[in-house]
Write a protein that binds this ligand. Sequence first.
Ligand code: NDP
Length: 491
Amino acid sequence: MVEHSNTRCDILLFGALGDLARRKLFPALYHLERAGLLAAGSRILALARSQTTTREVRERLFSQLRQHVKDRDFDPEIAEAFLGRVEYCVLDFSDPQGYHALREWRDEPNNELIVYMATPPSMYGVIARNLKATDCCNERTRVVVEKPIGHDLESSRVINDELGEVYRENQLFRIDHYLGKETVQNLIALRFANNLFASQWDQNHISHVEITVAESVGIEGRWGYFDQAGQIRDMIQNHLLQLLCLIAMDPPADLSADSIRDEKVKVLKALKQISPDMMDQYVVRGQYTAGTSDGKPVPGYLQEEGANRGSATETFVALKAEIDNWRWSGVPFYIRTGKRLPEKLSQIIIHFKPAPHYIFDPDQQHLANNKLIIRLQPDEGMALKILTKEQGLDKGMRLRQGPLELTFSETFEADRIPDAYERLLWEVMKGNQYLFVRRDEVEYAWRWVDRIIGNWKDRGEPPKRYAAGTWGPVASIAMITRDGRSWYEDA
Ligand code: NDP
């Protein structure tokens, strides 16, 4: 069923001249236009403090769209039509007086109002209060906020409280853009539409799970921002724990936002807390030193531009998460994420247990477990590693492990894989929250991560070094080898 929206939306885009808006939000809105999903009469008010005009902003956006949209998808006429919906308004977000102009812009009160806060999170409360004080929003307004929601449980509560003073939970759309990725949604389809997997998805059949989100890039000019956060706050607290939840959750009763989010919260609540005495076995923290990337020499984290040479911030984390519940008892989830790793790669590997009785060549017994590989990037897709017989008269019953492969871009050639932000903006327009993070999810995730960060602080140890272009500190390999396993790349 193809979805259409007849809902006319007014979008207030705060931070419209920033990096996120330029690289992700405007291209995503352009694609919605191109797909015919922006209803006639929908409009966008771009808000930022630069003294410029609607005309200049449209010109700038046109060339940015040309840069960020693939050539084959870029149609100048559609871009012009789309930019015809965009107006620009100079606004200092902290100045309540300026908000009266927003109310005047809203000439059609029946249009759905979407407020997108692509700003530092410290501005969320200010913007929410000013919108309310100037009567620019109501109980139907949908409000989209970006990560990070705070840097720990306490600060996330402050931000959520500020938003909560003005908006109810069902108005808040907290983005974790991983949830907008096609493959991530496919996890839900894979698990709950295929009984083949549903019946195998537990500790009886799965031995362990790996989640890797690797970046080959370093800090990319964001040293100051990143150094405040580190990899655990920037990646684990949100993206990786969300992936873990989607793999581990019980089947929801339906596809409604709260049914799905209730199940995710149960997983977060069941995560075993990592206590100080578990740290050596369960967590590895790393920081990259000089090395190579794509065959070229690159500096270490502490030599990057703008670096504080004494920083102990981690650029790599590997950890073993355990879920204390019936379904996952005894099944470790090995998670790792880092910068300046050998390649850009996000993948989940489900390792199934071997068959109860093995009857083939003893030398090949190590092959005898199926693996389901779910690739988020590059080349979104899935592969199921199964065992078959080698062909040939002389091969007897020798086994061969090969993939049943589903690469989305090849299999469904005609269908363009939408960017996460297209899906997420489209869901906001439809008022569907199932791909957005509820307050309690954010808080349970912080609670788990805060405990690890607290343990690090108490120990006061510097992160372990790894050379740029390698898969992290050797301790991360030792962590999984101790359990008699290896990371998929190393196998
Ligand atoms: P930028 O700093 O590039 O953009 C923020 C924008 O907000 C700028 O245009 C800035 O204006 C404007 N702004 C800030 N304060 C005010 C104010 N008081 N009045 C008017 N304008 C103001 O940030 P990003 O676009 O990178 O990020 C936006 C949000 O998205 C952040 O919360 C970030 O954490 C999150 N995010 C970003 C990602 C990305 O890839 N960029 C990825 C994931 C999340 P000015 O230029 O004048 O300072």
